[in-house]
Structures are given as C-alpha cells and as structure tokens.
Design a protein around this ligand. Structure first.
Ligand code: UT7
Length: 326
C-alpha cells in the first residue's frame, strides 16, 4: 500500500476584478456591509469569452511543472466544478485534451465547494491501492456566470478561479493521513440552481424566473457550515492520531470570513494558524482550497514536515476534511 500525497500545485485567475465599489453600482449594497459580513473586498471575474477549463488548464500546467511531470505521466484527471464549460462532455475531459494528457481519463465531480476534498479522497484510495500512480485534482469555477446580479445576497460573495494539485505515491508517514467526505441532500434548496436540468428543463418560464442562477439561503447554510467543518476536522485529526495543537496550518474553504472565524473558535485555533485569502478572491467554491494550498506552498507558509488540515462545506450540502503531512 502506498501513501498518497500532493507533490505539485498551481493556480490561476481571470485578470478581471470586481471590487465592492463596482458592486455598489450594480445592487443596493455597500463596501462596509460586504466587508463586515463576509470579509471580501474584491473577487476575480471572467470575461464573456473566458470559461472554466481554461483556468483549470493553467493551474494544472503549473502543478505539473512543480511536480516535475509531463501531461503524459498522468493517469487520471478529476475536475471538481459546479460551473462546467457545458453539460457534456465533462470539463475534466476537456482539460485532458487541452493538456495533451493522452494516457489519462478525465471526469468531473459535482460537490460544490467540497469538490476538491471529494477529488483527493477518491484519488487517495486509488493511489494507495496501486490502481493509478499520478493524478491531477483540479477545482475550477466561473461562478460569476451563474450569479444573479439582481440578488445582492449572493452576487457579492462569489468569484472565479482555479487551483490544481498533482497527487502521487509518497514516503511512509507523509501525504494524506486521513480524509472523509459527507453529504446531506435534504438541504437541496439551501443553495441551488434549479433550472436547466431534467426536472425543470430550460424554458422561457425558467429563464424569466431566473432559475438558471444560484439561489441561496445564506443564513441557514452559515450554521450548518460551521458545525459540519468543525466536527469533521476533529474527527479527521482523531483518525490521524493528532489533536488540534499538533496542526501547523488549517486551510478552510473560503466561504465567508465569519464562517472561518467561527470554525477556528470552535476548534480553539489561534488566528495565525488559519489561512484566509477571501478578501482578495471572494468565495471560489471548489477552487478555494487548492488555490490557498498553492499560495501557502509557494510563500513557504507550508513547509516540509508541516501538518495541514483542509476542511470544506458547500451546496448539496456537502462537506469534508483531510489531514496531510507535507
Ligand atoms: O460556499 C459554501 C456555501 N455558502 C455559504 O456557506 C454561505 C454562508 N452564508 C453567508 O456567507 C451569509 O449568510 C451571507 C453573507 C450570504 C449573508 O450574510 P448574513 O449576515 O447571514 O445576512 P442575512 O442574510 O441575515 O441578511 C441580513 C440583512 C438583510 O436585511 P434585513 O432583512 O435585515 O433588512 C438582508 O436583506 O442584510 C441584507 N443584505 C444585504 N445588505 C446589503 C443581504 N445582502 C446584502 C448586501 N448588502 N449585499
């Protein structure tokens, strides 16, 4: 049995920026409200001719370079996304083609903001059992094309971007030590885009009702998010044989600074051990954790030997936690 670990990461954003001041001109909101309720100051926004796979490919190329691998070395590409280029084929397959990963299978995981943790959890067991050797797990989103810019409670939160990680067999005692994913579909309507699927289809009525855009009961999600991320974090640390005191850094999904602060407080974690980049990037759903991971590895915030906890929560609802020794 091999341990699976992360051996290279990368990230990419569209160059377009939507600031809180820009949003003040679109909906009835203020920089003060957005900053104090979410911690967000700006988010990246794709141009009309930009789409999800392009950012996934850019992030993946960086991750491959850092891992010292070529696209042909990869056996599996998982793209976690809620905002695919199109319904079919999968964005993972489109990324596979754009990378020239001729030996890989490409596929998508639909688990909203927990998608990256879903991806590494699936890949970890495949590497551990020797079914595959090298995998790319990508979180890529162009959420701003699914955001309703007449709904001030959602449009201020989401931003675009992609992060990628190459997973491979690593030495004993290193890599992913514990990982788990969960979902509860009874919360379907807490965060959903009801239009465009086989239930409602795409009709003049669904368009008029704006059913193709995200709808969110933010307040309802807030409490479940804090509880779920804190619980699964403790459970995974326990499974890996560690306590919160052993952790060098926590990278939570960047949903809302207040959610991050509440999770940190439940876990008794000091501020400096909890990473946040939400002010510059907003909530990028499945991309937020791999983007943050790449930032931390590049800046030296995560060093060889560090114990890192990842935890996510998203629409579905879905959640997950992973403990990694770098
Ligand atoms: O990514 C994972 C899934 N998503 C989440 O986990 C999101 C979790 N939820 C949140 O981040 C927060 O609930 C929001 C940021 C979405 C909303 O913050 P809140 O503190 O929960 O606000 P609220 O929904 O309770 O609304 C409070 C007030 C309302 O006004 P009234 O009814 O009190 O008069 C809203 O209409 O704030 C109003 N409001 C706004 N005001 C100015 C809502 N959005 C805005 C806005 N600007 N953008």
């Amino acid at each position: 049995m091999n341990n699976a670990g992360i051996i290279g990461t990368g990230h990419a954003y569209p160059s377009g920026i939507l600031s809180n001041a820009d949003l003040e001109k679109i909906v009835e909101t203020t920089d003060e409200w957005i900053t104090s309720r979410t911690g967000i100051k700006q988010r990246h926004k794709a141009a009309d001719n930009e789409y999800t796979s392009q950012f996934g490919v850019k992030a993946a190329r960086q991750a491959l370079e850092r891992a010292g691998l070529t696209a042909e070395d990869i056996d599996l590409i998982i793209c976690a996304t809620t905002t695919p280029d199109q319904i079919m084929p999968s964005t993972g397959a489109l990324i596979q083609a754009q990378l020239g990963a001729t030996n890989a299978a490409g596929m998508d995981i639909f688990a909203a903001c927990s998608g990256f943790i879903y991806g590494i959890t699936m890949v970890e067991s495949m590497i551990r059992t020797g079914q595959i050797r090298y995998a790319l797990v990508i979180g890529a989103e162009v959420l701003t094309k699914y955001v309703d810019y007449t709904d001030r409670s959602t449009c201020v939160i989401f931003g675009d971007g992609a992060g990628a990680a190459v997973l491979a067999p690593v030495a004993e005692g290193k890599g992913i030590l514990a990982t788990k994913i969960r979902s509860d579909g009874r919360y379907e309507e807490s965060l959903y885009a009801p239009g465009g699927g086989t239930k409602l289809g795409t009709t003049h009525e669904t368009i008029d009702n704006r059913d193709h855009f995200f709808k969110m009961k933010g307040n309802e999600l807030f409490k479940v998010a804090v509880r779920s991320m804190a619980e699964i974090s403790k459970e995974m640390l326990d499974k890996a044989g560690y306590t919160v005191d052993d952790v060098d850094l926590v990278i939570p999904h960047q949903a809302n600074q207040r959610i991050t602060d509440a999770v940190a407080s439940r876990l008794n974690l000091p501020e400096e051990k909890v990473y946040s980049n939400i002010a510059e990037h907003g909530n990028t759903s499945s991309a937020s954790i791999p983007i943050a991971l790449d930032e931390c590895l590049r800046s030296g915030k995560i060093k060889e030997g560090d114990l890192v906890l990842l935890t996510a929560f998203g629409g579905g609802v879905t959640w997950g936690g992973t403990v990694i020794r770098f």
